[in-house]
Design a protein around this ligand. Structure first.
Ligand code: NAD
Ligand code: ZN
Length: 356
């Protein structure tokens, strides 16, 4: 049975459906039935059978148009953004029409941003096809593209009309991408979801071998946590910052490698260990808690080596982190397991110590 959750406030509230074969006529056609025209945006890394399935379901209710971008982070460009907007205009899309974002976080981010801008906003539906997009980017309303000055520097907070998370699409996902998505799942366990922590601890083998029943449950628990946080704090004025646990260091590691060497989730796994170490050095968590965090990361076979990173080379990226407010670096630390806090009160010396 598919599971359902809601995120967003008042008239912006949207349903998230999670389950095996959630990409169904019942779920999709219901969301699309008032939209005469629908643009499906995807990329050439998404298996053709998934695109075909979604297209043929959407066809039953709407006239279908499609755009296929070239896969990769580079797809989140100003050029592609303009290409989508021109396509919508040339095909006379109006405010009653819609976009379906069918793909990973790259497709979700650029499609959502295009939807937020075209005619000052048309509706869009997220059909995420990577684990990262299913547990993270498809929910919360953050949309963005990259410009030459940096990643995700241009975007909008814009909620989708609905999110359809089908666990079957994960079958074709490369193992490395799947594991990178799992890092975000572990994140929710560390910052707020104790039940998810124990699920992850007890079911490592099943999860690593892609047992659908348990995968569905960890996606549900992840989204439950994310939906709760983003609904409370839609525009990241407070509590939402805890979703960045491990990301200050993760982003620095990614940036230092020029986004070529390491996947986001792999960098976040290292970053979460560093943040847990600082939490220990700050006397917030016990040695046992630190070991529990590290053991869970190890159980999921994350490469936690950080010897190659010197604080000196990561520092410029850490200080550029967007969580700096008024010149002060804010860190997301653990007060205990499944209880994260945001603080600017820490001993700066512990930043470099945590990398040793
Ligand atoms: N908006 C947010 O809140 C938010 C949160 C986290 C990350 N992001 C963004 O998400 C992006 C990363 O997303 P991602 O990790 O999903 O990467 P991605 O979208 O690039 O997808 C990774 C690769 O997997 C392929 N793929 C997608 N679905 C597949 C499937 N079912 N089977 C086989 N291959 C498939 C894609 O073609 C791509 O080559 C980044 O741009 C990041 O900034 C946004
Ligand atoms: Zn992340």
């Amino acid at each position: 049975m598919a599971k359902e959750l809601f995120a967003g406030q008042k008239q912006d509230r949207y349903k998230i459906i999670i389950g095996r074969d959630a990409i169904s006529k019942k779920n999709l056609a219901l969301l699309l039935k008032q939209h005469k025209k629908v643009l499906i945006i995807s990329d050439n890394g998404i298996p053709a059978n998934i695109i075909k399935k979604v297209t043929s379901i959407c066809k039953t209710s709407s006239k279908i148009y499609s755009i296929l971008l070239t896969k990769g982070e580079k797809a989140k460009s100003l050029e592609n953004f303009q290409k989508i907007l021109n396509f919508l205009a040339q095909n006379n899309f109006d405010r009653s029409d819609a976009i379906v974002a069918l793909g990973g976080g790259v497709i979700g981010d650029i499609s959502g941003f295009a939807a937020s801008c075209y005619l000052r906003g048309i509706q869009f539906i997220q059909v995420p096809t990577t684990l990262l997009a299913q547990v993270d980017s498809s929910v919360g309303g953050k949309t963005a593209i990259n410009i030459s000055a940096g990643k995700n520097l241009v975007g909008a907070f814009y909620n989708p009309k609905g999110v359809i998370i089908d666990t079957m699409v994960l079958d074709s996902l490369p193992k490395r991408e799947f594991k990178a998505g799992l890092a975000e799942v572990l994140k929710y366990a560390f910052i707020q979801n104790r039940y998810l922590f124990s699920l992850l601890k007890r079911n490592c083998k099943k999860i690593m071998s892609m047992d659908k029943k348990i995968i569905e449950e960890i996606i549900f628990e992840s989204i439950k946590t994310k939906a709760k946080i983003v609904t409370k704090d839609e525009k990241e004025n407070g509590i939402r910052a805890i979703l960045n646990f491990g990301h200050t260091f993760g982003h620095a590691i990614e940036a230092e490698g020029k986004y070529q060497k390491i996947l986001h989730g792999e960098a976040v796994a290292k970053g979460m260990l560093i943040a847990a170490r600082i939490s220990y050095l700050e006397n917030l968590i016990s040695k046992k808690d630190l070991i529990d965090v590290q053991s869970l990361l190890e159980a999921y076979e994350f490469d936690l080596s950080i010897d190659q990173y010197k604080y000196k080379s990561l520092k410029p990226y850490i200080l550029r982190d967007k969580k700096i407010k008024g010149g002060q670096l804010n860190l997301v630390l653990l007060n205990k397991i499944s209880n994260a806090i945001v603080t600017d009160r820490f001993n700066p010396a512990n930043l470099s110590k945590s990398l040793k």
